[in-house]
Design a protein around this ligand. Structure first.
Ligand code: NAP
Length: 344
C-alpha cells in the first residue's frame, strides 16, 4: 500500500453476520480531497478503536445511524490540520474528531461531538483515551449514574479495558472497595498492581458468581457494566439493597447472531430495590470541560494510571478492530498512522 498523494481508505464492504472480520472491509485509494468553504482538510495520525464501532455495522438505527455499505468506516481520530477554510482553525492545529479509516478527511467538523483542538502540551493520544470519550464515559457513567460513596463495593467488568480501567481507578479515588473483572491473569495482575484495585476476577478461568459471593459478603453496591451476558447475571445475584448499575455497554453481545437472552434474574433489581440505568456519553457534552480538567488532574497526580496498546500500519486497521473482541488490548486500543507532518 503506497501513500504518495493518495488517500488510502478502508470502506465497509458487507455487514458482518456474527463476528466481524477483515473481509467485511475493502481497501480503496482515492485522491486527497479538497476542502470546501467551511471545511478543514486533516491528516490522520492516530485512530481510536471502540467496541461501539461493531454496533455501527448493524443494519438498524442505534444512537447514531449505521455506517452505510461502501462508506469509509467511521472512527474517531487525532489528526493535524493541513488546510483550513473554516474560521477558528489553522494549518498545523492538532484536532480530534470522527475522521474515519483513511489518511485524509475534508470535514466541516460537525456531528454529535464537534471537532475540537488539542491544547499544546497534551500528549496526542490522550484525547482518544483518558481525556476523550473513553475517560468521559468512565467519569459520567460512574459518578453521575451511580454516585458511589466511600466504603461501598464497586464491581467493574471489562476492567482492564479503556473505559473499565479508568472507572476502576475513579472508584478507588472515591474511597470505594473495587473489584475488577477481566479476561486473563496478566490483566488481573495489572488491575491489582498498577491500577491498585482491591481484587480482580479472571472470568476466563474463575467461577465469577462464586468469587463475587466470596469477595462481596455484604453485596455489590455499584456495578459498572461493560459486557452484559453471564457476568451481569452473576452480579444481579449478588446485589446489595439499593444497588446502582451503570449500563455502559454489552460487548459480549455485539457480535451475537440472532436474539440474545436477557438476564433471567432481572427481578433481583426489584427485590433489592436496585436501579439500572443506561447512558450515552455524548449527552454530557456541555460538561466535558469540567470532567477533562478533573481527569487530567488525576492522571498528573498518578491517581489514574493509563495503558495504551498502539498498533501500526494502515493495512492492520481492520485487524486492530478485531483485537477488542479477542480481548487482546490492555487499556486503550489505538493505531498510529503517521507522525505529525509539522512539529507542535
Ligand atoms: P475495551 O474494554 O478497551 O475493549 C474491549 C474489551 O472487552 C476486550 O479487551 C475484552 O477484555 C472485553 N471483551 C471482549 N469480548 C468480550 C466478551 N465476549 N465477554 C466479555 N468481555 C469481552 O473497550 P472500551 O472502549 O473500554 O469499551 C468498554 C465498553 O464501554 C463497551 O461495551 C463499549 O461499547 C462501552 N462504551 C459505552 C459508551 C457509552 O456512551 N455508553 C461509550 C464508550 C464505550 P477481556 O480480556 O477482559 O475480555
Amino acid at each position: 500500500m503506497s501513500n504518495a498523494n493518495i488517500n488510502r481508505q478502508w470502506r465497509l464492504k458487507t455487514r458482518p453476520k456474527g463476528m466481524v472480520s477483515e473481509a467485511n472491509f475493502e481497501y480503496r485509494e482515492e485522491p486527497i480531497p479538497t476542502p470546501r468553504n467551511g471545511q478543514i482538510l486533516v491528516r490522520n495520525l492516530y485512530l481510536s478503536f471502540d467496541p461501539a464501532m461493531r454496533a455501527w455495522l448493524w443494519d438498524r438505527p442505534s444512537y447514531i445511524p449505521p455506517v452505510g455499505i461502501g462508506e469509509v468506516m467511521r472512527a474517531s481520530a487525532v489528526a493535524q490540520v493541513i488546510e483550513s477554510k473554516k474560521p477558528g482553525f489553522e494549518a498545523g492545529d492538532f484536532v480530534v474528531g470522527a475522521f474515519g479509516w483513511q489518511d485524509y478527511a475534508a470535514t466541516t467538523g460537525g456531528g454529535p461531538v464537534p471537532v475540537t483542538k488539542i491544547p499544546p502540551g497534551v500528549p496526542l493520544t490522550w484525547p482518544l483515551g483518558v481525556l476523550g470519550m473513553t475517560g468521559l464515559t468512565a467519569y459520567f457513567g460512574l459518578l453521575d449514574i451511580t454516585d458511589p460513596k466511600a466504603g461501598e463495593t464497586v464491581v467493574v467488568s471489562g476492567a482492564a479495558g479503556a473505559v473499565g480501567s479508568v472507572v476502576a481507578q475513579i472508584a478507588r479515588i472515591k474511597g470505594c472497595r473495587v473489584i475488577g473483572i477481566a479476561g486473563g491473569s496478566d490483566k488481573c495482575r495489572w488491575l491489582v498492581e498498577r491500577a491498585r484495585v482491591d481484587a480482580a476476577i479472571d472470568y476466563k478461568s474463575e467461577d465469577v458468581a462464586g468469587r463475587l459471593k466470596e469477595l462481596c459478603p455484604k453485596g455489590i453496591n455499584v456495578y459498572f457494566d461493560n459486557v452484559g451476558g453471564e457476568t451481569l447475571e452473576a452480579v444481579l445475584n449478588n446485589l446489595a439493597l439499593h444497588a446502582r448499575i451503570s449500563l455502559c455497554g454489552g460487548i459480549s453481545q455485539y457480535n451475537a447472531e440472532g436474539r440474545v437472552p436477557g438476564p433471567a434474574n432481572y427481578l433481583s433489581l426489584l427485590v433489592q430495590r436496585a436501579r439500572m440505568e443506561g447512558f450515552i456519553v455524548f449527552d454530557y457534552l456541555p460538561r466535558f470541560g469540567e470532567a477533562i480538567a478533573e481527569l487530567a488532574g488525576w492522571v498528573m497526580a498518578d491517581e489514574i494510571r493509563i495503558e495504551e496498546d498502539i498498533q501500526e500500519g494502515f493495512e492492520n486497521i481492520p485487524k486492530t478492530l478485531l483485537r477488542l473482541f479477542e480481548g487482546k488490548n490492555l487499556g486503550k486500543q489505538l493505531l498510529k498512522l503517521a507522525d505529525p507532518p509539522t512539529k507542535r
